[in-house]
Write a protein that binds this ligand. Structure first.
Ligand code: LLP
Length: 419
C-alpha cells in the first residue's frame, strides 16, 4: 500500500500532484511520501506484536536521505549502518547512538573508533580478524564494545545473485561451522563482549523458507554457545523482506507472515531481537519522476527516451530489476515500448518491450517503488549532477536534497600544477 494515486486524472503523492513538483523542481527527481513511510513502519511494528521490545534498526543503505531518517527517528526507529558516513547521517538525523548497529565486512579502525566514541549499541562483526581489530581499538579507549558475530548460515535466499549474502561462498559472515570457535576466541579478547548472533541472507526475499532455515540455525547456535558458557542476549535477524514491484507476479510474504514465522522460530530464545528492514520500509514510499525527452523510432518498438538515466536509477541495469512505469497523466491508451535513458550505453535501458501507458514527448513518467536503493545508488556518470529528492506530507512538499549543479562537479576536480 502506498499513497501514490490518480486523482482527477493525475498521479499524486498524497495531496500533491506530481506535475506541481516537476514544474518547480524539474526532472528527474525522487519524490517520497512521508505517510507511506509512516504506514510501513506501523505495519512492520504491528507484525512484530508479541515480541518483547524488538529493536527495529532501519537499514540506512536503502535510503540515507536525512529527511527520511529524521522521519524514522521521530517514529522511534534505530539504524543499521555500514560505514562511518551512514553512522554520521543516522546521528545527524536524530537516531540515538544506543539504537545503532554497525554492520559490514570492511569496517576500518577509524570507523570502529567513531562508533565507540559515539557509544553505538552494537557492532556486528564478520570475522575473527575484525574482532581483533575492534578489541585493540576498544582497549585503547578503555571501553568494552557489545558485539555480535554475523554468521553465514549457508542458505540460498533464492533472490538475485548479486543481493544474496548467505551462501557459503559469499563474502559475508563467519562460516556457520566456525562460529563456535570465533566466539571462543572473542571471549579471550579484551574490549569486546560477544553477546549477540546476527544473520542476513539477502534482499528482496520473496519466500520465507530460506529465512526460516537461517533463523533455525541461529537458534541452534545460540543454544550451543550458551552451553559453551557464552552469555548471549541478542539476536539480529537482518533485513531482506521483499516488496511488490510487479503487479503481475505473486506478492511477497507480508510483514505479518514474516512476523508470525519469526515468533514461531524464536519462541524460547530469550534474547532481544533486532531487525534491519530497509526496502520494506521505504521501497513503496518513493517514485522517480522523469520526463519523456522524445519518442524515437525503433525496429520493433518505439524507444521512450527519458531525462533519467541508469545513473539516476541503477537497479534495472544492475539487477535487471523491474519497476512499474506509469504515465503521470495517463490518457487511457497503452502501447509497447522500450524505455531508455540518455546515457551512452545499452545498459541504460529501463524496460524492453514493456506494455505501458502510452506517452509522448514532454509527458511525465513515474517509476514506482523507487524509494529503496534508488537515489542512494545514483551517480554522476556522463557528467550528470546527482538527482534531487523531494518529500511530500499531506498537502505540503519540500526539496530534501538539491539537484547537484554541474558546476559543483567541475569545481570538485583539481588541476595538477603542471597543467
Ligand atoms: N542488513 C544487512 C546486513 C544488509 O546487508 C541489508 C541489505 C539489509 C539489512 C537491508 O535489506 P533489505 O531489508 O533492504 O532487503 N541494492 C540492492 C539491495 C542491496 C541490499 C544490501 N543489503 C537492490 O537495489 O536491490
Amino acid at each position: 500500500m502506498d499513497h501514490f494515486e490518480l486523482k482527477d486524472g493525475m498521479l499524486h503523492a498524497e495531496g500533491v500532484p506530481l506535475a506541481r513538483i516537476s514544474a518547480e523542481a524539474g526532472t528527474p527527481i525522487y519524490v517520497y511520501s512521508a505517510a507511506t513511510i509512516e504506514r510501513h513502519v506501523r505495519v512492520f511494528r504491528e507484525a512484530l506484536a508479541g515480541i518483547d521490545d524488538p529493536l527495529i534498526a532501519f537499514a540506512v543503505k536503502a535510503n540515507p536521505n536525512r529527511a527520511v531518517l529524521a522521519t524514522l527517528a521521530a517514529l522511534g526507529l534505530g539504524a543499521d549502518v555500514v560505514s562511518g558516513g551512514e553512522l554520521k547521517r543516522a546521528l545527524a538525523a536524530g537516531i540515538p547512538a544506543a539504537k545503532i548497529v554497525f554492520s559490514g565486512v570492511g569496517k576500518t579502525a577509524e570507523e570502529m573508533a567513531l562508533g565507540l566514541d559515539e557509544g553505538i549499541g552494537q557492532f556486528n562483526l564478520e570475522s575473527v580478524a575484525e574482532a581483533e581489530m575492534l578489541s585493540q581499538v576498544a582497549t585503547a579507549r578503555g571501553v568494552t564494545a557489545r558485539v555480535a558475530f554475523r554468521v553465514n548460515p549457508d542458505v540460498d535466499a533464492g533472490t538475485h545473485s548479486k543481493i544474496s549474502t548467505g551462501r557459503a561462498d559469499d563474502k559475508f559472515g563467519v562460516a556457520y561451522d566456525r562460529a563456535p570457535d570465533a566466539y571462543a576466541r572473542a571471549a579471550a579478547m579484551p574490549g569486546i563482549a560477544a553477546v549477540g548472533v546476527a544473520v542476513h541472507i539477502g534482499s528482496q526475499l520473496t519466500d520465507l523458507a530460506p529465512s526460516r532455515a537461517a533463523f533455525e540455525r541461529v537458534g541452534a547456535l545460540i543454544a550451543a554457545l550458551r552451553a559453551a558458557g557464552h552469555a548471549i542476549d541478542s539476536a539480529d535477524l537482518g533485513g531482506g523482506l521483499g516488496v511488490p514491484y510487479n503487479p503481475a507476479v505473486p506478492v511477497p510474504p507480508s510483514p505479518a507472515d514474516y512476523g508470525a514465522m519469526v515468533r514461531e522460530v524464536t519462541a524460547g530464545w530469550d534474547v532481544r531481537l533486532i531487525f534491519e528492514p530497509g526496502r520494506v520500509i521505504v521501497g513503496n514510499a518513493g517514485v522517480m519522476l522523469t520526463r519523456v525527452i522524445r519518442i524515437k523510432e525503433g525496429k520493433n518498438y518505439p524507444f521512450v527516451v527519458l531525462d533519467a538515466g541508469m545513473n539516476d536509477l541503477l537497479r534495472p541495469s544492475l539487477y535487471d530489476a523491474w519497476h512499474n512505469i506509469r504515465a503521470v497523466e495517463p490518457n487511457g491508451a497503452k502501447f509497447v515500448a522500450n524505455v531508455v535513458g540518455p546515457i551512452c550505453e545499452t545498459g541504460d535501458t529501463f524496460a524492453r518491450a514493456r506494455e505501458m501507458d502510452q506517452v509522448a514527448a514532454g509527458d511525465l513518467v513515474a517509476f514506482m517503488t523507487a524509494g529503496a536503493y534508488g537515489a542512494t545508488m545514483a551517480n554522476t556518470y556522463n557528467s550528470r549532477g546527482l538527482v534531487p529528492e523531494a518529500m511530500v506530507s499531506g498537502e505540503e512538499w519540500a526539496i530534501v536534497r538539491d539537484r547537484q549543479p554541474i558546476e559543483a562537479l567541475i569545481a570538485a576536480d583539481r588541476l595538477p600544477p603542471w597543467l
